[in-house]
Design a protein around this ligand. Sequence first.
Ligand SMILES: Cc1cc2nc3c(=O)[nH]c(=O)nc-3n(C[C@H](O)[C@H](O)[C@H](O)COP(=O)(O)OP(=O)(O)OC[C@H]3O[C@@H](n4cnc5c(N)ncnc54)[C@H](O)[C@@H]3O)c2cc1C
Length: 445
Amino acid sequence: MYDPLHHVTPGTNEPYPNSYWADISGQAPEDDGMLNQDIDVDVCIIGAGYTGLSTALHLATEHGINATVVEANRTAWGCSGRNAGFILKTSGRKSFSQMQAQWGEEVMRGIYNEMTEGVDTVNQLIARGIDCDQQSNGYIKVAHKANKMDELVALAKLQQQMFGYDVQILSKDELHQHYMADQNAYGAIRYQDGFGLNPLKLAWGYQRLAREAGVTIHTGTPVEGWHEEGGAQVLRTPQATVRARKVVIATNGYTPKGFHQFVAGRTLPVLSQIIVTEPLSDEQIKACNLISSNVVMDTRALKYYYRKLPDNRLLFGGRGAISGKDAEDPFYANRLLSVLKTSFPALKDINYQYAWAGWISVALDDLPHIYQNPTQNVFYSMGYCGAGVSFSVQAGKRLAQKVAEQAVPNLPLYQKHLPKFPFAPFRRLGQWGYFHYGQFKDTYL
Ligand SMILES: Cc1cc2nc3c(=O)[nH]c(=O)nc-3n(C[C@H](O)[C@H](O)[C@H](O)COP(=O)(O)OP(=O)(O)OC[C@H]3O[C@@H](n4cnc5c(N)ncnc54)[C@H](O)[C@@H]3O)c2cc1C
């Protein structure tokens, strides 16, 4: 499997992974195919995931700038077509209380507003006619240990008080009775506004809206070389060259090795793995009391997440392998399956039908960053730390404003460069250490 720390290109026109989404979503919408003649454009966006598509869409609709998007493979071939489809009012891994302690109340609220606006924008875009199999509203955060329930209750109270956020506290019995009988849960809190959807159909919907607004999207067009010439950015693709006045790097966790010095060593690509089971029978659903199709995540440092899909399968996710060469080893899918069975022992004979993984982009300071170089002609958005389905849309909106030379909110998300990883060549070693620490913490602390 492509490994961004080792490979200099994600390939050309690679097929979608063997995912549930690729299997059930039907035909991809039309795009502009491989770029086969040299072009000269104002703005080129590299990467056709949510970030790239949202930037292009907002540039066209809010600023009258018709950008050209180049994508190495297919639209949403990266994370955007592989994720769990959880729409959450969050991104990065930094908690709001950490933000408050570091930057104060105003900045923390400003970031919360950005996350909220991200979810609102996703909903508005869906309302423009994107069919993406939305499920019922609700995001359940389960305590995987008794002491974690105290932390969740404190979090719920803080969020109710700070944002007037509607957060329910659920005892273990209430959770089992009204949502699902997860045997690993010691109780939970529940937000009313998260939900699940089909992530690939969402991206395809953005692509359709962007093209209707005048955006050109060249798939099968990897940027394989990049230099500056007479003030223009010159991007080399297999069959043609793009000359652009401004370039947006929207490659996130899929950014290849040595791609551009501006972003080198500033993120850590980490594999997240998903399995999707065979459809559950009515008896199995009853035995687990799996009433709800709310999205679920736990309190572990190395988190597990799941939801019941519209066709009664379970999607279950967690960490994957460390390197791309091990990504397809069934060990990682089987590990998820065995954890799933500890949550729902009645599913002891269930198997998975789909397993795949994708590269999330981790930032050293646990925060996404949307930034530009001093000459304001190279921009990027990266570091969502595995939570980017809704925030990527907001990031694209802010990127578009930056490209159009408009002011954006004065928040660390938008005003600061991603911090560099110290000893960047050894990032994987650090990750290995963190996984071991996480395992220890989740078991004993
Ligand atoms: C298994 C998994 C589950 C997840 N679940 C959730 C979830 O439930 N909720 C949530 O909020 N977030 C989730 N995420 C994270 C979320 O999917 C990402 O944050 C989001 O999709 C990032 O979108 P993006 O457009 O920035 O990047 P991507 O979608 O990764 O797009 C980057 C694109 O750049 C292209 N590219 C790379 N190099 C080049 C090049 N040289 N030339 C041209 N193109 C190039 C790639 O082919 C790729 O298509 C999950 C991620 C994974 C992997």
